[in-house]
Design a protein around this ligand. Sequence first.
Ligand code: AMP
Ligand code: TRP
Length: 339
Amino acid sequence: MPNEPKTQAKTPRVFSGIQPSGQLTIGNYLGAIRNWVAGQFKSDPIFCVVNQHAITVRIDPNELRRNTLHVAAAYIAAGIDPRHSIVFVQSDVTEHTELTWILNTITYYGELHRMTQFKDKTSKLKQDAISAGLLNYPVLMAADILLYQADQVPVGEDQKQHVELCRDIAIRFNHHFGETFVVPEPVIAKVGKRIMALDDPTRKMAKSSDNPGSYILLTDEPDTIRKKIRKAVTDSGSEVVYDPKHKPALANLLTIYSLFSDEEIPAVQERYVGKGYGAFKTDLAEAVVAGLAPLQARMAELMESAELTSVLTEGADRARVIARKTMDAVNDRVGMNWK
Ligand code: AMP
Ligand code: TRP
């Protein structure tokens, strides 16, 4: 109605998470965490260390514990403010697995089987080596998001398909049992949504790669970063130009440079006219080293302090209240409350 006062738009609830399956790479930082930080105060955000996802492939329990703290430290060191954002560990809120079971019953085998990540992770495995957990992983992810009634899910491009499946599951549940879940939107950054491997610009940079030269870890020493960038593959020719189709390796390095130096790609490109790859790579390494230095210092400090434990404990307490409310409604809708 034209004369009615506009209602104040609700602050969007944001939910996202990273698996503690290894140390984080600059791909995780540029594709995900940086964007969480940028949007943090315009939203009502929840950031989770999704350790139950990390056990879908074999991982040493002590390593998992270490990585869990490492990922939480990275969130905070990168600028997530735990006084505003909820930061917690997935297994501390048991509602995630509780909701997963219910959602499993309305998710189809065919849907899960078609997921690109599932196909990639299992293409070389025999059927008897593929755990049901790996297949069901997107259902756990849907539960993570739906429990908190998230409006937006900021992720890298590789996770878009999983968020879309989450939307389908939410719509299906609402249809069968009545309006229960907010249907979330994926939010994907324009630049940095897919940082590629340094040794192969056709693959995404991933912490699970066998070749440490393919990624830069948030915790890599300056000299390691310099060495990895020096060895990064480049394309034929010698001009520093942004041309993803013909020069995918350079396009990736220019993207990394631009994000770490907060400069637009054309401005960076301009500076290297007639200078060649060598000079560009040297400066890129320094931009990455300088960009990571404050983050690394803060991470080291957090890993040594009790602050992290109290942030995560308090975060789980805050998350649990929201999750329980949704779970009670879900149990009610499907008829689990028999009393
Ligand atoms: P993962 O490491 O698979 O748990 O991913 C955590 C988050 O980082 C997700 O939002 C991913 O989409 C994002 N991410 C992981 N690797 C990259 C990459 N190479 N480029 C951009 N985003 C990434
Ligand atoms: N599956 C995501 C990944 O591998 C991590 C994840 C788990 C996630 N639960 C989530 C991301 C919920 C966003 C929202 O990157």
